[in-house]
Design a protein around this ligand. Structure first.
Ligand code: ADP
Length: 423
């Protein structure tokens, strides 16, 4: 294993894993820090998905160090700490404290700070982060409920949450190429600077910075900085030219579970219902016991022999508010998530091996119920959503989609990206 990655949330982890696969690394994403003996198969990169973005800094540091130890045990030659491309954090952290703890543990004194990804509308100029044509602080992120980003100057933002010095490598150096960047890195290292914010105006800059980062034990940034890292291993003869996204065939029945109420998912549910049978669950019925779950399973059993079935709780805002008014927001959510977990395990007992799940929290509940701890990452279905196959004794083909991702026909087309077929 060459590149070990620690991601501070699960959709960000998947996004990063998809970039690594695109750049030719065989990649497995784990859900949380796996148990020491966990089987991951032969891989070039491992991405440990944490949920550490908005938890107390001390907890984020502890979990990240656990992830680091796991990756070191697997032989990682370089560590990438992945955070959000909008640098979601506060003066308490967690980017600064986690980066510093990882540096200390790795015995390193310099790292890159690069959340940019110009193709995805995140660029950095003179240390200021832009979202499209707007400064971060005018992009809407200044109103984020958990991590309001009111300052676009990443040198200042990073300095506020770090103990060590922060510097900047400007675009005029980056444009001169990797050798110039490395020379500047050495100069700044000489000045005691530890965190290097980097200007990035197009994706080629990310490849230059990736090359310049070849000898850093720790790189920090968004998924874009991963564009240039695999080539370093190839240059050193450590990484072959693999077709990285090839997944094993998984044959079995097909089902879709949707617990997301996002606009995109509701459109996808409507689209699927025009094509195949679907059964709607609702939190109020679920609060009366498991009768509705039994009905949903009987419905699935009846229809899934000749194609995928959809079991969904997705509802429009009025229905969601009505359920929440009676049950409370958390209880309504918990009832649906529990039901989705139970349905997933029951469907697998009945022969389902190919499963599409809509909703971030819903996906979390489903993989937990199925005891999936690692996913091999395959071909991209839509931006941010690859096909995956779980690692372990009974492989499942899974497409886990967070709410607003995917084209309107996602819930049916996703099966076409999963190798294997239904009986
Ligand atoms: P998204 O990725 O779109 O945010 P999530 O699965 O993360 O989707 O979150 C959706 C939340 O809404 C989950 O907690 C789910 O249990 C809950 N939910 C789903 N359907 C309903 C419903 N009909 N009424 C109330 N809450 C619901």
């Amino acid at each position: 294993m060459l590149l070990g990655c620690i991601a501070d949330d699960s959709t960000g982890a998947t996004d990063l894993a998809a970039v690594l696969v695109q750049e030719g690394m065989r990649t497995v994403q784990t859900i949380g820090v796996p148990e020491p003996g966990t089987e991951t198969g032969e891989v070039d990169a491992l991405v440990v998905a944490l949920k550490s973005r908005s938890i107390p800094a001390a907890d984020a540091v502890r979990q990240s160090l656990q992830a680091l130890r796991f990756l070191q045990e697997r032989g990682a030659r370089q560590i990438l700490f992945k955070y959000c491309s909008t640098f979601d954090s506060t003066p308490d952290g967690n980017i600064g404290p986690v980066a510093e703890a990882l540096l200390k543990e790795l015995g390193a004194d310099l790292t890159m700070v690069c959340p940019a990804y110009p193709t995805l509308q995140r660029s950095i100029f003179r240390g200021h982060l832009f979202v499209g044509d707007k400064l971060l602080s005018e992009s809407g992120m200044e109103k984020h409920p958990l991590n309001p980003m009111t300052d676009s100057d990443l040198v200042r933002v990073m300095a506020a949450q770090s103990r060590q010095k922060v510097g900047l490598i400007r675009y005029d150096i980056v444009h001169q190429g990797a050798a110039a960047v490395r020379a500047r890195m050495e100069e700044l290292r000489g000045q005691g600077i530890v965190h290097l914010v980097t200007d990035v105006t197009d994706d080629q800059d990310l490849r230059i910075l990736g090359e310049a980062a070849a000898d850093l034990k720790l790189v920090t940034g968004g998924s874009g900085i991963a564009l240039g890292l695999p080539e370093n291993f190839r240059r050193q003869g450590q990484l072959g030219h693999h077709q990285a996204g090839i997944l094993p065939d998984v044959d079995g029945l097909e089902a879709v579970l949707a617990g997301s109420c996002s606009v995109a998912t509701r459109g996808q549910v409507a689209d699927f219902k025009n094509k195949r049978p679907a059964f709607q669950l609702d939190p109020q019925s679920l609060s009366d016991g498991d009768a509705q779950i039994e009905q949903a399973l009987a419905f699935a059993q009846e229809h899934m022999q000749d194609g995928p079935v959809l079991l969904y709780a997705s509802a429009d805002p009025a229905e969601v508010s009505a359920a929440q008014a009676i049950l409370g927001r958390d209880r309504a959510g918990e009832l649906v998530e529990r039901a989705m977990g139970l349905l997933a395990t029951s469907l697998v007992e009945r022969g389902v091996r190919r499963l599409v799940v809509a909703g971030g929290e819903t996906s979390g509940a489903v993989v937990a119920a199925l005891k999936v701890s690692a996913l091999r990452i395959g071909e991209k279905i839509d931006p941010g959503v690859p096909a995956t196959v779980s690692v372990g004794e009974r492989p499942l083909a899974l497409a886990l989609k967070s709410g607003n991702f995917g084209t309107p026909d996602f819930l049916s087309k996703a099966f076409g990206f999963m190798p294997g077929r239904r009986p």
